[in-house]
Design a protein around this ligand. Sequence first.
Ligand SMILES: Nc1ncnc2c1ncn2[C@@H]1O[C@H](COP(=O)(O)OS(=O)(=O)O)[C@@H](OP(=O)(O)O)[C@H]1O
Length: 419
Amino acid sequence: NNSNSNDNDNNENSVTCGVDRRLGGEAIVDEFSGGKAEGTLMLQVGGQRYQQPSASIGNSTSQAPKLPAAAPSTSLVPAATSSSLCSSGRLLPEFYILGAPKCGTTSLAELAMTQLGVQPAIMPRYEKLAAAYDGEFTNDDSFLSQKEFHFFDLVSEEAPAEVLGNATHVRELWLRVLPLCPPRGGAKQVLADFTAMNILHAAPWPPLPSLPPLLHDMYGSALASQLTFVVMLRDPLDRMQSQFYYQERVGHAGIYANLTFSQGMELELSMASSGVPPPMSSPSMYGILLKTWLEVFPARQFLVVPSPSRVSSGWASSLCPSLATRLSVTGASCAASKEDSEINTSDHPPLLNDTTAAGRAAAYWYFQSDFTLLVQTLTSARQQGMELDAFSGDGSEASVAAWLLENGFDPQLQREQGF
Ligand SMILES: Nc1ncnc2c1ncn2[C@@H]1O[C@H](COP(=O)(O)OS(=O)(=O)O)[C@@H](OP(=O)(O)O)[C@H]1O
């Protein structure tokens, strides 16, 4: 593959995806679930036994963050180029907001689109996807979401296992639904995959294998090194509560239908105790998810945003300039109004009014081991070039934990560890 060829191809299966900047945070997703919950530690609260998850995903079992071998370049700035990222005549996603869901990803995506000119990769509606596999897909206005691509969720539902296990085959499908590469010599275009679920695909999503190595193979080493990944965080219980009300609002409450948030939280914890992966808390397991991504992509390619509110408070001064540099976007105007930096908000009670102290203690106990892993992973990755937005500490684990707490993570998360 020619990494910077801007050749348009005339493949008869070619599709030019229209780009529409309307947003709505309308991720059409039935469930958010993630890694395995293989518990080892137990906690008893009010007659209820809870289990902490082990820090493992798929085949990865070690507790200590294991980062990839240092890249040959020690530069903190990713290897973005001034040309559009193209291959096989298609414009490839160069910018990923990996997640986590309900962490302000829609606000950040909106600002990236309006102020950095980033285009979202978008997907034909689910029922049309089968036709796309046969080369029969033709462009129309019926896209699944105007923000999120959901390519990997959808192929995992539709494509046979032999296709999904083969990066070349998955790549062929992917290329079919990506826009054509812009003409050579024109302005650089940046395509983004804003699927907030992608972070969860660190865990194999049968029959889809683990996404980080699959993605790396689909790009090849040279192009993979030019990608920018944003990971957004939020207090794990706050995030879970936001998801609970979101699923209820869009009619996807599933097993949580007719439950209060407190009851839903208890159900999650008892599922974890029985070794069943609890779907609503899995996306809050940032430590194990991020660690798994970092086993494949170098730390310097990641920007970590510690809370949704950083989109409003940090866009103009920090996030926008950093992304403009990473994506080689020139002439960006970096300013954030409340209107375009607080998107996809929902009306639900504050966490403190929606939960009991004992319930929160049990939930934070459950998240403690992943919080520890998150702090270790961020500390180590930062030394290898990961950017932590608005971090001004000395780089110790204690300072990274403090940064998370300053950004809304609950102090109970570090009670055992005492960073
Ligand atoms: N700037 C800013 N400040 C504070 N909070 C913010 C901001 N932007 C988004 N949000 C909150 O983030 C939640 C939506 O996150 P996402 O857009 O990532 O959700 S989604 O996964 O795409 O559905 C949603 O949380 P809840 O309101 O608790 O549901 C938003 O209110």
